[in-house]
Design a protein. Sequence first.
Length: 80
Amino acid sequence: MDWIYFAVIGLIAGWLAGQIMKGKSFGLIGDLIIGCIGALLGGWLFGVLNIYPGGGLLGALIVATLGAMLLLYLLRLIKK
C-alpha cells in the first residue's frame, strides 16, 4: 500500500511542479515521471538536511513537489 501512496503523491507532485515551473515542459507524462523521481529526491534531500515538515499527506506532497521542482530545474539546465 505504501508504493501506491508514494506513486499517487509523486504523480500529483509532478503535475504541480509542471504547473508551477512554467517554460519548456517535458509533457504531462514526462512531468508525472519526473514527479515520482522528484519525490524520491525530495525525501532523500530533506532527510539529509534533517528537515521534517509535518506528517501526513500535505507534508509528503510539499516534499515531493519541491523535489520534483528541483529535478525539473536541473533537467532544464542540462537540456539547454
